[in-house]
Design a protein around this ligand. Structure first.
Ligand SMILES: [Fe+2]
Length: 473
């Protein structure tokens, strides 16, 4: 695969300047059973108030939706209009991931002394359903609710006493109970990870445990099994007071200290008991899945040997087209009773944005879907949609010259049970035609079912999900 030209890459990082709602025209045929909403979150705009942001994670959030209805499919995009959006439009952006405008002492102290900290609510990373509401997430205490038309309706607030702080944007949903599990790091002393569970239909979290930690890790995701929660504390760590008081962008407060190793904090979901297992020093954004195997926990992750990927996601580096470091799949086996971490052989697939059939989350899964590239590809963006069978160890790739896919979402066929009885949805950037399209693959044979052009070229996006009957109204 050839390296993209700078202008081809830039088309995917230029951002979107308008909102639209248009019918889609298919090449091929989506399955008739595919009815519902596919919503994807990510950065939509990189210039606001006359200012260019410098990092992919600081783009202003935008929701994209493809609605599959019996009469046809439509595409809609809407920006996430929270407080940080307004401030950015007014030319006085909030502190972001890689950007720290001057802040007043009051704003700094707000992180420590109030439950309404002056931190970004640019919720561009993920979406989830909390208490029957559709909610966009980032890595701060603020969440934005949106309605059926993707319009931002305000902040979503939990109705409980947990102290706000840094929060991974990937709560894990237990498919058996419907609970959402996550942590929030309490920057106000005493510091630590507050581990929580949210039952379906409620906005009040249950505090499962407090894991005391002096130096929090940059934590994008956690993992969980039916009995335990795993906090993979990679050795990219910071000092709590620095996040509040230092004049540095959020991510610049973390330092790489590989000598610490990775500390896997394992929390019993029923008792709140905590054990910590030390493993090798890796960095990761995304676990794939975790499950119990007797007393052990099997945890698959897409890992990097260091956190250099974060720097590579600056817009200027991406436009230079030097390529991104590849994450690779690794399997950790944690034995909390023996404080032991081992690694088990698994195909070391180059991958990112891993997804599985959500029905087998927390159980031993057979299939992993991801995007990725091999180091020999030398492409500027991941160019392959990948399907890994952990049983047969077979890898199947979909790729097309000039096409750069986003996270693959598996949608099961109603009535089907196999992990590949359904389709894969992915929003793909066609850099040569300078627009994106929605691709639908048959998950079993990894061939194209259908595609439809979107009205613009979408940037590299983050996370999406499919709601079979549409969001609650
Ligand atoms: Fe993520």
């Amino acid at each position: 695969m050839p390296i993209l030209s700078r202008s081809e890459i830039a088309c995917g990082l230029r951002g979107i300047d308008h909102e639209t709602d248009v019918p889609l025209t298919w090449s091929g045929s989506p399955p008739e059973w595919l009815v519902g909403d596919y919503v994807h979150n990510g950065p939509g705009r990189f210039v606001a108030g006359g200012r260019q942001v410098s990092h992919l994670f600081d783009g202003l959030g935008m929701l994209n939706r493809v609605r599959f209805a019996p009469g046809g499919a439509t595409y809609r995009n809407r920006f996430l209009r929270g407080r940080s959006w307004r401030h950015a439009e007014q030319g006085r952006p909030d502190r972001g991931f890689s950007f720290d405008p001057p802040r007043s002492l009051l704003a700094k102290l707000s992180i420590l002394v109030t439950k309404d900290p002056e931190v970004t609510d640019n919720c561009l990373v993920n979406t989830v359903e909390y208490a029957g509401r559709q909610v966009a997430l980032t890595e701060t205490a603020w969440h934005l609710a949106y309605d059926d038309e993707l319009n931002t309706t305000g902040h979503f607030r939990f109705n409980d006493d947990l102290w706000p702080g840094m929060t991974p944007a990937h709560p894990v949903r237990d498919p058996s109970t419907g609970e959402c599990l996550n942590v929030v790091f309490k920057l106000k002393p005493p510091n630590g990870y507050q581990v929580w569970s949210l039952a379906p239909g409620t906005d009040r979290r249950r505090l499962i445990a407090m894991v005391p930690v002096r130096h929090p890790s940059y934590l994008h995701s956690i993992a969980a099994t039916p009995t335990r929660i795993v906090i993979p504390a990679w050795p990219l760590v910071g000092t709590p007071l620095h996040f509040a008081l230092r004049d540095r962008p959020f991510i610049h407060n973390f330092r790489w200290e590989p000598q610490r190793g990775t500390l896997f904090h394992v929390v019993d979901r029923a008792s709140g008991a905590i054990r910590t297992v030390q493993g090798p020093p890796w960095f990761a954004f995304h676990p794939v899945n975790a499950f119990d195997r007797g007393d052990e926990i099997v945890l698959d992750c897409c890992v990097y040997s260091d956190p250099a990927i974060i720097k590579h996601l600056s817009l200027s580096r991406m436009i230079r087209g030097n390529g991104l470091p590849s994450g690779h799949l690794r399997r950790f086996v944690l034995d909390p009773a023996r404080d032991h971490c081992a690694e088990e052989p698994i195909p070391g697939l180059a991958c990112e944005f891993p997804r599985i059939d959500e029905r087998v989350v927390m159980r031993s899964n057979r299939l992993i879907y991801a995007i990725g590239e091999e180091p020999t590809d030398r492409t500027a963006l991941p160019g392959r949609l990948r399907r890994l069978d952990l049983v047969s160890r077979q890898v199947r790739d979909w790729q097309q010259a000039g096409s750069y896919p986003n996270e693959p979402i598996f949608v099961p066929r109603p009535g089907g049970s196999a992990e590949d009885d359904g389709v894969i949805l992915s929003l793909v950037l066609d850099a040569r035609r300078r627009r994106s399209y929605l691709l639908i693959l048959d998950a079993a044979n990894w061939t194209e079912c259908a595609r439809a052009d979107l009205p613009h070229a979408l940037p590299l996006l983050f996370h999406g999900r499919f709601c079979p009957l549409g969001p609650p109204r």
